[in-house]
Structure formats: C-alpha cells, structure tokens
Design a binder for this molecule. Structure first.
Ligand code: CP
Ligand code: NVA
Length: 311
C-alpha cells in the first residue's frame, strides 16, 4: 500500500489507474453537489499540514479547498512560519507535525527534504513540488488527458522545454500509464539520466516509449498533446536571462502546434509566461486545456489524500 507520495514513480500502473478513477468519481460527486462539500465528509476532524518553502497558487488552494470540501482542514506553514532546517531541523518538523496532523504536503527546494520528512514522519508525506519532481501535477495532467481522449494507453505527449521537475514526473507517470513521452529540450537542459532510464524501463513494460531529442519539431511530430513549462523554475530566477537564448527555439507557437496531431491539445502546469515558453495565441487558444489541468489538481489531490489515509 502507498505510504508516501514523493515521486510519480512510486505508483504502479494499477495504483495510478485507481487514483485517476477515484479522482474522476470525486469530480463527478463534487459537481453534482454544486461544487461545495462532499455529502459524507470523510475527512471530518482531520488536518493536512502544508509546509511550503516556495510560493504556490494551485497546489496550495487545491489542497486547502480539497480538505475543506471533504470535511477536514489544511494548515498552511510558509518558510517564514517554520524555517525548516533553520529554526528547526527537518526531522524534528516531521516528528512534531506527526503528533497533530494526519498528513503532510511539502513544497521544497531540495528533493532530499521531502525524503527526510517522510523518513521521520509517522503520517503520509506528499511531494507538493521539489527540484526533482512534481507528481501531483502529473496526476492532474493524466486525468485531463484521460477525460479529453477517453483513454491513456497509446497516447503521445510531447514535452518541449526544460527537462525539469514537471518533465520528470510526466515521464514517470506517462510510462506507468502507457503514455509515450517525447521530450524536446536544449542539450544542456536534458532530464536527469537516472529518471530517464527508469521511465524508459517502465514504459517498455507498458507498450510506450520515452525519448529525448534536441528537436522540438521531432518531439511534437504527431503528438496528441504538446506540453511546456517555464524556462526558469522557482529558485532559478537568477538564471532567467542566461537561459532565454538557449530556450528560444523551444517556444511553443502555432508553427510547432502544426507539427502535432490536428486534434492535439496544449498543456501547461502554470504559472505561464506568455510570449516566452508559449505564445498567447496558443495558451489562450481553443486547443488549450490549462484550466482543466488546474481544476483537476483539486480532484487528484483529494483522491491522493483519501488513498494515503486508507479511506
Ligand atoms: N502548477 C502548480 O503547481 O502551480 P502552483 O505553483 O501555483 O502551485
Ligand atoms: N517547474 C516549475 C513548476 C511550477 C509549478 C517550478 O518548479 O517552478
């Protein structure tokens, strides 16, 4: 049984499919309930601690609203509040929180921090974004693709841009669910080789492929979805000017979308920089599913918490 959720690679195919199925059911129930509280309030009396070292809109609000709608509560703790590793050691934060709350969602700079939290917590720990992965995002993205195309097996996703945390989680979860992922990225910004090797092995077992090339057009060719993310992630803002020229050829624009399947959707985890990694025409165009992805954060994160709590 899933104890923590630190990596998209933590999920077997069966577990990933069950989570998406549960998220879809919760989504239907929530809409049927007028987008308010779920009828049974299964998280009554339960608290999720949100330990965030970086800013957030979607992840934070989806967790907090999700807890409220299921009858529980989200307690947000910024770096200013607890200063993990400064005012208090990471293991002590984990041990303290475990005495009061039922789960911890952590957004951190170093992936090792979520691993340390998980090692020392007696409650489930969720990776709410680290420098290595963004697995909750990938879950929402796969739910969005499943809704749009009615299936996942055999779909082809092109990820164009930085081989970053979002890219890593998409490769790992895509591989588990039979979605082929073609990454097009500058040679100096390739995904982590260890994650790539793992994703390739898992994909092969699920009749899918994971490929990396330096050509955005090659990645996008015939794709069902074209996905991009910012060129400088949180914590890399000082590198933005240096990165821009390397990434300019990887901008998603109408010409690149024309390489994809005529029914291809455009995806982005948000926040977006219009005119940088994607043109306004594409991100605000008819094929963009960015706000479906954003809404689906709510549903997958609810499914995840219920599953981790054995409910
Ligand atoms: N996509 C995403 O995780 O958004 P936030 O950084 O606003 O949480
Ligand atoms: N790669 C981005 C994703 C933000 C949701 C970052 O880490 O800042």
């Amino acid at each position: 049984m899933l104890k923590h959720f630190l990596s998209a690679g933590d999920l077997s195919r069966t577990e990933a499919e069950a989570l998406l199925e549960r998220a879809a059911r919760l989504k239907a129930e929530w809409h049927a309930a007028g987008r308010g509280a779920h009828p049974e309030l299964p998280l009554r009396g339960r608290t999720l601690a949100l330990v965030f070292e970086k800013p957030s809109l979607r992840t934070r609000v989806a967790f907090e609203a999700g807890m409220t709608q299921l009858g529980g509560h989200g307690s947000y703790l910024s770096a200013n509040d607890i200063d993990m590793g400064g005012r208090e050691s990471v293991p002590d934060v984990a041990r303290n929180l475990s005495r009061w709350v039922q789960a911890i969602a952590a957004r951190v700079f170093r992936h090792a921090t979520v691993e340390t939290l998980a090692r020392h917590a007696s409650v489930p720990v969720i990776n709410a974004l680290s420098d290595r992965e963004h697995p909750c995002q990938a879950l929402a993205d796969m739910l969005t693709l499943r809704e749009h195309f009615g299936r996942l097996q055999g779909l082809r996703l092109a990820y164009v841009g930085d081989g970053n945390n979002v890219c890593h989680s998409l490769m790992l979860l895509g591989a588990a669910l039979g979605v082929s992922v073609a990454v097009g990225c500058p040679p100096d910004y390739r995904p982590d080789q260890e994650i790539l090797d793992l994703a390739e092995r898992v994909a092969a077992a699920n009749d899918a492929t994971i490929t990396v090339s330096a050509s955005p057009a090659e990645a996008a060719a015939g794709a069902d979805a074209v996905y991009t993310d910012v060129w400088a992630s949180m914590g890399q803002e000082h590198e933005a000017a240096r990165r821009r020229p390397a990434f300019q050829p990887y901008q998603v624009n109408a010409a690149l979308m024309a390489e994809a399947s005529p029914r291809a959707v455009f995806m982005h985890c948000l926040p977006v920089h219009r005119g940088e990694e994607v043109t306004a025409e594409v991100v605000d165009g008819a094929r963009s599913v960015i706000f479906e992805q954003a809404e689906n954060r709510l549903h997958v994160q609810k499914a995840l918490i219920l599953t981790l709590l054995g409910l």
